[in-house]
Design a protein. Structure first.
Length: 383
């Protein structure tokens, strides 16, 4: 059992709950998610105000970093890093020019970053960053990295000999402005959108290169409406802490949300970050008050929820008011809702999810969700 520096009670078991996973690459959890954004200072203000994140750490000119500024935000076990280039010739600008604001790094917490790099590269991963030791007065961190779909990368972070606030080169970010948290606890899963015919390729990558198992698959019969469809494979590591659904478009009468994403992101990338809460009614109520926009769920969706899902603890009328969807599997039920894109391009968005025993991904909600997304696509003229 290991404990992540800087976050109390952040313990992850390595116990294997998905025996189908090879698990030669033990993953302790998501260490951080880094987004490249056009203005990190302003983006940080948005995520603090709207999502309830708190200031944690900063790196930039004041800390001796000359080419970029990075703001680290935290809420419970979730850490977001927002990074902006400081010069026009920075390679980060090419990423921003092409993709707009979006996820660049999905960092995974490991016991041994050198071994993680060696294990994945020898199985076919394209190296991004050779193992490197980073020091400061608080100890050392070892990081390495590999390429994944599109321009997204995985950084392996080994921090068992580090006691600092975040990483070497970062200083505590002390701010008088820290709105109260909204109840977000940890990253449940992160979804990657890939292009036509690429889903199996990347599912195979996570299986063979990283030892993941295919938890569940959905085809165009599972995820479709009258107009559009997609296919998806959910990949998980052995302890279930890291789940990566991989989506690709499927043929329909009109353009699917996956096609729209790939068109505007100009390639594959992270479509959404699903964050868990213990009280979705509180979380969504707070986020709505703070200006977060959520997809509209048609009122008739709730006419059949009781018959389909059965008894739940929550007041269905309140769920309808907030637009929270419900689904059940053999082990319990879940509640979920999706924000609209959090930037002007219709690309990255967030899912808020509360699991009441369910381990699935809301298959019963797919049609209502897709119809809600299609309504937004219709308004944008991209359906």
């Amino acid at each position: 059992m290991a404990t992540l520096t800087g976050i109390s009670n952040y313990n992850y078991s390595l116990d294997k709950i998905f025996p189908e996973a090879d698990d030669f690459l033990p993953l302790l959890g998501t260490d951080y998610v880094e987004l490249y954004v056009g203005n990190a200072k302003q983006a940080a203000h948005y995520y603090k105000t709207a999502f309830g994140f708190q200031s944690l750490a900063y790196a930039g000119l004041e800390t001796g970093v000359r080419d970029r500024a990075s703001y680290v935000l935290q809420q419970d076990k979730i850490r977001l890093v927002l990074t902006t280039p400081l010069h026009s010739d920075s390679p980060l600008n090419e990423h921003l020019r092409k993709h707009g604001d979006g996820v660049k790094v999905i960092a995974l917490w490991v016991e041994d970053a050198r071994d993680a790099f060696e294990q994945t590269v020898k199985r076919g991963a394209k190296p991004f960053m050779e193992p490197a030791i980073e020091f400061d007065a608080h100890g050392k961190v070892v990081r390495s990295g590999i390429h994944t779909y599109g321009e997204t990368i995985h950084i392996f972070v080994e921090r068992k000999e580090y006691k600092g606030i975040f990483l070497p080169g970062y200083e505590p970010w002390v701010s008088p402005y820290n709105p109260t948290p909204t109840g977000l606890r940890y990253i449940d899963h992160m979804v990657g959108n890939v292009d036509w015919g690429e889903m199996n390729q990347w599912a195979k990558f996570y299986n063979e290169v990283m030892g993941f198992a295919n938890l569940v698959s959905f085809d165009d019969k599972d995820i479709s409406t009258e107009y559009s469809a997609l296919m998806s494979k959910v990949m998980t590591n052995g302890n279930g802490r890291i789940k990566f659904p991989i989506n690709e478009p499927a043929h329909g009468k009109k353009k699917s949300q996956i096609e729209e994403y790939v068109d505007f992101y100009e390639g594959p990338g992270c479509q959404h970050i699903a964050v868990a809460t213990n009280d979705i009614v509180f979380t969504v109520s707070e986020m709505r008050k703070r200006g977060v926009e959520f997809l509209h769920v048609p009122g008739e969706y709730y006419d059949t929820v009781a018959n389909r899902v059965g008894t739940i603890d929550e007041d269905l009328r309140r769920l309808k008011e907030l637009g929270i969807m419900v689904d059940r599997d053999e082990e319990g039920y879940l509640l979920q809702i999706f924000t609209k894109p959090v930037e002007d391009r219709p690309t990255l968005f967030f899912e808020i999810i509360q699991r009441k025993g369910a381990k699935s991904f809301g298959k019963g909600n797919f049609r209502a969700l897709f119809e809600s997304i299609e309504d937004e696509q219709r308004r944008r003229g991209t359906l």
